[in-house]
Design a protein around this ligand. Structure first.
Ligand SMILES: NC(=O)C1=CN([C@@H]2O[C@H](COP(=O)(O)OP(=O)(O)OC[C@H]3O[C@@H](n4cnc5c(N)ncnc54)[C@H](O)[C@@H]3O)[C@@H](O)[C@H]2O)[C@@H](O)CC1
Ligand SMILES: [K+]
Length: 500
């Protein structure tokens, strides 16, 4: 699904109005009805609802929402924040209609603010995607008062004060909602970690905007939906054998960190690989053969580190279908030498994670040796070491796109809404996963999983988008069973499910 910028969304609204055709006021009615349907599925009619409206079209939505809720017998009060003399036409229209049902309150100075109690639900329709400057004066005061109150807050389209596709200044005031209900397409701001407080949990409601316009609109940003991920998933042919799904090699572990390798190996096997060989330091041999009997194990001649040679024969490096390297390997110079050898002798895409990324950061010339379309899976700190510090999330996205394009690799920047940056400059944000996955080992699981997809012959771009989605989905399933707090990386492995 595409993520469009504010200007494109404005054009999209216009295209919908022109080509459907539909009157602008009807489109506002449709958006408001979609919000109300979402609201009524969660809050009953005994909920005291307080709708705060600005004077633009977001405020117009708020007035229409209030009317629709009143007609459904909800207890609704409306507060119009009169910060300017002008109002939009569609606001004015909905204002007239609402006044046939109730008299709104007008907030013109701080004394006009109502007391907001814990059981109140505030609907924030003060400012939407049309903002062009930070909230100030009366609007700022109202936002601050709402944020301080114990009431639940739901933002219409986007939290008031939050910019939809550019950075806010650190002292900008925005609503801190519990939920954001956004129309039709996700907005970039909703996906960025720095905005977490200004987004809350967000939801999309469909208002049927013009699909042809969306299809043609250029954008580097996408949001992976379940339906899209499903299309990437390959079915197994009836007449296949283990040779059809590739022989993967995982280079993992060091003394004290063999578990990282076990998790990667288990995830690789649960993700459809045909054959798996795991190379660990000598000390990991018994662990690996016991914990993961399905995998072959090549113990390194070094007991504690990965250095390369092994006394167990196996295919030469170039003969593996895919290689995953990094989980638990440490940063020893011997391991760095081995990594150099791997990158020099292997020309198919590799999965590079954890300490292998730190080795790339410490030996930047290794970056140039990465086979084209390799998949790197840094968390933000690892990515910063690979590149540089950034000012804000938008700056970080630019760095991410630039790195992926320049090096012709796929970069999976891990976090809430993991961002998968492609060699063509696109960024695909993931839609699955939960905070319970912020626990040791889930990254190792992702490495094993992605290596399995590459070994099966998935295109690296598809492997990354699909793999990140499936990994998050497994985390969501595991959280259903354990709760986010009780979730471990092993639960994520056991919850992998490759049919949906
Ligand atoms: N255009 C359409 O057809 C639709 C628009 N919709 C709603 O319309 C919203 C966008 O509406 P608008 O473009 O009218 O803008 P907003 O309602 O977001 O903002 C109000 C207006 O206030 C002024 N303003 C800008 N920054 C301000 C600030 N910091 N403080 C005070 N005033 C400021 C601007 O003139 C702006 O147009 C969307 O977020 C959505 O809620 C929906 O009804 C769906 C259909
Ligand atoms: K809003």
């Amino acid at each position: 699904m595409k993520i469009l910028n504010v200007e494109q969304i404005r054009q999209l609204d216009q295209a919908t109005i022109t080509y459907e055709p539909i009157a602008p006021i009807q489109l506002m009615e449709r958006a408001s009805q979609a919000f109300v349907d979402w609201f009524m599925s969660r809050y009953d009619a005994f909920t005291p609802v307080k709708v705060f409206c600005g004077l633009g079209n977001n405020g117009g939505d708020g007035l229409a929402i209030a009317r629709l809720l009143l007609q459904a017998n909800y207890i609704v009060e409306v507060f119009v924040v009169r910060y300017a003399p002008r109002e939009s036409d569609d606001f004015a229209h909905n204002h007239r209609r609402l006044k046939l049902l109730i008299n709104p309150h007008y907030v013109e100075n701080p004394g006009d603010m109502p007391t907001l109690r814990q059981r109140d639900v505030v609907i924030d329709a003060i400012l939407g995607s049309g903002i062009s400057r930070p909230a100030e004066g009366l609007v700022k005061m109202v936002i601050e008062r709402i944020n301080r109150a114990p009431a639940q807050v739901i933002s219409v389209d986007i939290a008031s004060g939050l910019q939809a596709n550019q950075p806010n200044q650190s002292d900008d005031v925005t609503i801190w909602p519990d939920h954001t209900v956004t129309f039709d397409l996700p907005k970039l701001a909703l996906l960025l970690p720095g905005n977490a407080r200004s987004v809350g949990e967000w939801h999309m409601v469909d208002i049927g905007l013009n699909q042809r316009f969306i299809d043609q609109a250029p954008t580097p940003y996408y949001y992976t939906t379940e339906a899209e991920a499903r299309l990437l998933l390959r079915r197994r042919e009836r007449f296949s054998n283990k040779g059809s799904f590739g022989h993967a090699l995982l280079l993992v572990g060091s003394y004290g960190k063999i578990g990282a390798g076990v998790l990667a190996a288990k995830a690789c096997l649960r993700s459809g690989v045909g054959l798996l060989t795991v190379q660990t330091p000598g000390c990991g041999y018994v662990v690996m053969q016991t914990a993961v009997p399905e995998a072959m194990c090549r113990p390194d001649v070094d007991d504690r580190l990965l250095t390369g040679p092994s006394d167990v024969d196996g295919p030469s490096l170039a003969d593996y279908a895919a290689i995953g390297v990094g989980p638990g390997i440490g940063k020893a110079p011997e391991t760095a030498r081995f990594l150099r050898e791997v990158l020099t002798n292997f020309s198919k895409p590799v999965v590079v994670d954890a300490d292998a990324l730190n080795l790339l950061s410490a030996n930047k010339d290794l970056i140039g040796l990465l086979p084209e379309n390799s998949i790197l899976t840094p968390h933000p700190k690892e990515f910063e070491r690979l590149t540089q510090r950034w000012q804000n999330d938008y700056d970080k996205l630019e760095l991410l796109r630039e790195f992926a394009q320049r090096q012709q690799v796929v970069v999976v920047l891990k976090g809430a809404h993991t961002a998968v940056a492609l060699p063509n400059g696109e960024v695909h944000f993931n839609s699955t996963g939960n905070p319970g996955m912020s626990t040791g080992g889930t990254g190792d699981v992702l490495t094993g999983l992605l290596t399995a997809l590459l070994a099966q012959g998935y295109d690296p771009v598809e492997a990354a988008v699909l793999g990140v989605f499936a990994h998050g989905m497994a985390g969501d399933k595991a959280a259903q069973v354990r709760g986010q707090i009780g979730l471990t990386a092993s639960d994520v492995v056991e919850s992998l499910h490759w049919a949906w």
